[in-house]
Design a protein around this ligand. Structure first.
Ligand code: C5P
Length: 201
């Protein structure tokens, strides 16, 4: 059986938490596609060309524990505008989506570009302020030194770059179900996601 759940949306909207919980609930595999762009972005910080890094990406690159920094996130959103980088990462994502037993992929363009045929498409969003506050608490809990203002500016800058790019801009698919987590807590959003998947199974 193949069954694909596409979960898109901006940074810190709750996508990751919902995707992991949905995958655990249904026993599906989960791919956080942001890690692919982060891994490429990190390699560019070491001086490598983005296109080469994307073509040569290995699974070990996705397992590094230094991919979750604000610096790598910015580098990821910069390489993510390059059409050749996105093209080099398509096959890996599509193969993952079709693996037996069901898959959840979260990102920005899963429902629109990577898996337009996904059985379920969700777009998880929240206001920039709510998302920045969540990300600020997450980063400071991990001991990273930052300010609320810096995190909000970073969230806004990445949102704009992700939504305005020419190739695969972040946007809800026409048939995506919207979950706004600024007006709904994560457990409520998760319950809505599970109900939507059960309806399509
Ligand atoms: O989701 P995450 O914050 O880890 O993503 C990092 C960056 O990777 C995003 O800001 C976006 O530019 C890019 N990305 C993308 N398409 C995806 C997933 C992530 O362009 N499917």
């Amino acid at each position: 059986m193949t069954f694909t759940v596409a979960i898109d949306g901006p940074a810190a909207a709750g996508k990751g938490t919902i995707s992991k919980a949905v995958a655990a609930h249904f026993g599906f595999a989960h791919l956080d596609t942001g890690l692919l762009y982060r891994a490429v972005g990190r390699r560019t910080l070491e001086g490598e060309a983005a296109e080469t890094a994307a073509r040569d990406l290995r699974t070990e690159d996705l397992e590094r524990d230094d991919l979750r920094t604000a610096q790598v996130a910015q580098a990821a959103s910069k390489v993510a505008v390059i059409a050749e980088v996105r093209a080099a990462l398509v096959d890996f994502q599509r193969a993952f989506a079709r693996r037996a037993g069901g898959a959840v992929l979260d990102g920005r363009d899963i429902g629109t570009v990577i898996c337009p045929e996904a059985e379920v498409k969700l777009f998880v969003t929240a206001s920039a302020e709510v998302r920045a506050e969540r990300r600020y608490l997450e980063l400071t809990a991990k001991g990273q030194d930052t300010t609320r203002a810096a995190v909000l500016a970073d969230v806004r800058e990445r949102d704009a770059r992700d939504a305005d790019r020419a190739t695969a801009p972040m946007k809800p698919a026409e048939d995506a179900v919207l979950l706004d987590t600024s007006t709904m807590d994560i457990p409520t959003a998760l319950a809505a996601a599970i109900a939507e998947i059960e309806r399509k199974m």
